[in-house]
Write a protein that binds this ligand. Structure first.
Ligand code: NI
Ligand code: MN
Length: 228
């Protein structure tokens, strides 16, 4: 049974029978994070896109743990150039890893990394479907709502959907509730809110509105561990 820990913003660890995954481990400079990157142990680091609040400490964590970064090709290749081990993938593609299956989904967003040399190109952003230990977890990444979420829901029996709700850069609560209706997950958990003033919102409103539409939802506190 996968056990997840919410690390703040869009960052999670997923403990599986055969591996621990870290998704979008943005800890340094994340005002909502309680964990330091040195405290994170992972076998794989999954990165949805190149924005600093997702790439975060991913490269450093991957190198220290001798973990493999799973990311869209352009972002993965950048990480390899920084000395990390990678497994590049791309949208619509799936791969069977020793711990389970990962499939990359579309995400309607950007993926550039702002550097001193200007904006570095990191390809397209993605979401992740993780099928492992008999469960399916969908991490939407940063995205606006898109109608193909209905297709993702039709083609996968999603046990847990991690959905951004903070607005401005991603879906807001009302869009995320509609997304949850499309995806029909066993449980919807909000993310990507309240880290910065610009994405301030009340996650309990998401829970109320999702449950009113027949989707079970709950707020997970930073540092909380929960099972799927
Ligand atoms: Ni982003
Ligand atoms: Mn973001």
């Amino acid at each position: 049974m996968p056990a997840l820990t919410f690390l703040g913003h869009a960052a999670f660890t997923v403990d599986l029978t055969r591996a621990t995954l870290a998704i979008d481990p943005f800890l340094t400079g994340n005002p909502s994070a309680k964990l330091k990157p040195e405290g994170l142990r992972a076998d794989y680091v999954l990165l949805t896109h190149g924005h600093p609040d997702h790439l975060g400490d991913g490269i450093e964590i991957a190198k220290r743990n001798k973990a493999t970064i799973i990311a869209p090709f352009e972002l993965a290749t950048y990480c390899e150039g920084q000395g990390a081990s990678i497994h590049p993938m791309h949208i619509g593609g799936a791969h069977d890893f020793p711990f389970g299956r990962v499939k990359l989904t579309i995400a309607v967003h950007g993926s550039g990394y702002p550097s001193e040399q200007g904006m570095l190109y990191m390809g397209n952003p993605c979401g992740f479907l993780i099928i492992a230990d008999g469960k399916t977890v969908y991490h939407a990444g940063d995205t606006g709502i898109f109608y193909d979420m209905k297709l993702i829901g039709e083609m996968n029996r999603i046990d847990l959907a991690l959905l951004p709700i903070g607005g401005n850069f991603t879906m807001d609560i009302d869009d995320a509730v509609k997304a949850a209706e499309f995806l029909k997950p066993g449980l919807a958990v909000p993310m990507h809110y309240n880290t910065f003033d610009i994405i301030t919102t009340n996650p309990e409103d998401f829970v109320k509105k999702a449950e009113a539409r027949g989707v079970r939802a709950r707020v997970v506190e930073v540092g909380e561990r929960f099972t799927v």
